[in-house]
Design a protein around this ligand. Structure first.
Ligand code: GLN
Length: 515
């Protein structure tokens, strides 16, 4: 089924994915493409509207990203944001130049409410600015619909042609009424009706998966993370027993994680009636990891061993027709397939694709979804909240939250400390506010005293960060009483720990994980 689609054309802005997410939050499907995409390709998508992103360049310089001006004549509304607005003005005969005063940060913008873009917006509203250039003069035929103290044209439009330019960023939350403005664009200007909803997504995709898979066999590596759990649930609903999920217990899971996954996908749950294989590979992993201290080496061993275990299980199943992957939309964009962003990481799911497993085709039903949409789909499919709202957990698991050599004893320490940390954060009601938190085991031992006796034991490090994109993060300002409670519980309840640290470092310069 063809959904109403808005296309984001990426000119290299930082917030390209955010724009698409905001549009989708308005129940309108949205995809990101590079500004280099040929106009005929864009036309073929039959979009209801087009949005140009911001970008680091200056439109009046040669070699800056540009676009075929034909795009303004073909009757589909265009919204230019920041660089996008400047480009629209520049190409249509306005004047863009270096601004006498650059604007950065929250800025008061005075808007004309008679504009469709600004319907129901406060006449004076706070918006996020980030520009060095400005539109000195709007293009002929355009009406100025917003300004600031320093910026004569903070928005302009040619409503008849459906062309809208705004200098600020409606997609970031610092723009107080940005959501409303994007809503106005997709509904009032583009005339969308809002047909992108997760319940119909599930229904349509289950149908599509049944057609695609027929009576074939599907194999899926289940890590217990959000994406793979939702993937498995979706396939379970579509093809039931034709699906085999392999869950590898590598011994580096969080406390109770295996039990939680088995309770949902294991035998006995009529909602997810599939073939579920839980491999106990703990011994194998611990012997491979014995004596290894170098972080990259550890990661590599854990990833390779995963593939090996997975392949062995796949062979037992025999002929496999499809391999299911939990790829999601940011993976697609970040591996350079959508938009203009450079390759940030080539994506792998749980350690990479085993190339010796013989299969006909990949199925990737979550490929067009953002993370929050994946969670929504999980809820629609009846997955428990503890799986759906799970925080990110790295593929190598606790292996990279134990500095130095990994041993079963150390894993037990970190599992217990982590469980206490998570429990107390939830009790304090902070779990929705903090984006990622965990306990790690430092490789440091120090002297302590317990019951009048000298101890020489490990130090646990606690980490908690807030972030929107996981590219940058800040250490959470943790209430001292929560830290106090957790510290005394850990040293009391977890053997071989006599000291607890809280990590105050942001990213950068630190990373969210320790190794
Ligand atoms: N580079 C342009 C400027 O400095 C656009 C900036 C942006 O899109 N954020 O004005």
């Amino acid at each position: 089924m063809q959904h109403e689609t808005v296309i984001v054309l990426d000119f290299g802005g930082q917030y390209n994915q955010l724009i698409a997410r905001r549009v989708r939050e308005n129940n309108v499907y949205c995809e990101i493409y590079s500004y280099k995409t040929d106009l005929s390709v864009i036309k073929a998508k039959n979009p209801k509207g087009i949005i140009f992103t911001g970008g680091p360049n200056s439109v009046y310089l040669e070699d800056s990203p540009t676009i075929d001006p034909e795009i303004f004549n073909w009757g589909v509304p265009v919204l230019g944001i920041c660089y996008g607005s400047q480009l629209m003005m520049h190409l249509l005969g306005g004047h863009v130049c270096r601004a006498p005063e650059r604007e950065y940060g929250k800025t008061e913008v005075f808007v004309d409410n008679s504009s469709k873009m600004f319907a129901d917006v406060q006449p004076s509203t706070i918006c996020w600015m980030s520009h060095n250039d400005y539109i000195e003069q709007a293009a002929p035929g355009f009406k100025i619909t917003a300004h600031t103290v320093n910026c004569p044209v903070a928005a302009a439009e040619n409503a008849e042609k459906g062309l809208y330019a705004i200098q600020f960023h409606p997609e970031v939350l610092h723009t107080a009424e940005g959501k409303k403005m994007l809503h106005n664009f997709v509904y009032n200007v583009c005339g969308c009706t809002g047909d992108w909803k997760m319940d119909s997504f599930v229904e349509n995709n289950v149908k599509a998966l049944r057609e695609e898979i027929g009576d074939g066999k599907v194999l899926c590596a289940l890590s217990g993370g959000v994406d793979s759990s939702v993937l498995a649930a979706m396939l379970a609903k579509a093809v039931g027993k034709q699906l085999t999920c392999v869950f590898v217990d590598h011994g580096l899971l969080r406390k109770n994680e295996k039990e939680e996954v088995c309770a949902v996908f294991g035998p006995g749950n009529p909602n997810f009636d599939i073939n579920f294989v839980c491999v106990d590979a703990r011994e194998r992993y611990f012997s491979k990891l014995a004596g290894v201290t170098e972080p990259e080496r550890k990661r590599k061993i854990i990833g390779e061993e995963f593939i090996r275990v997975f392949e062995e299980e796949a062979k037992k199943i025999g002929k496999v027709d499809f391999l299911a992957q939990g790829t999601i939309y940011p993976d697609v964009v970040e591996s350079g397939l959508g938009g203009e962003s450079t390759v940030i990481k080539s994506h792998h799911n749980v350690g990479g694709l085993p190339d010796t497993v013989d299969f006909k085709e990949l199925v990737e039903p979550l490929r067009n979804l953002f993370k929050d949409e994946v969670r929504q789909v999980g809820r629609e499919l009846g997955l428990p909240e503890y799986l759906v709202s799970r925080q990110p957990f790295p593929g190598p698991g606790l292996g990279i939250r134990i500095i130095g050599e990994v041993t079963p004893e150390k894993v037990a320490i970190v599992q217990d400390a982590d469980a206490i940390w998570r429990e107390e954060i939830a009790k304090a009601g902070l779990d929705k506010e903090i984006n990622q938190y965990y306990a790690a085991l430092t490789n440091m031992r120090s002297v302590g005293v317990m019951g009048d006796e000298r101890t020489y034991d490990y130090a646990v490090a606690l980490r908690a960060v807030t972030t929107t994109d996981f590219m940058t993060a800040e250490s959470y300002n943790m209430p001292w009483d929560v830290l106090g409670t957790v510290t005394s519980r850990i040293v009391n309840e977890v053997k071989h720990v006599n000291r607890v640290f809280y990590d105050c470092t942001g990213k950068p310069p630190a990373t969210i994980e320790l190794e």
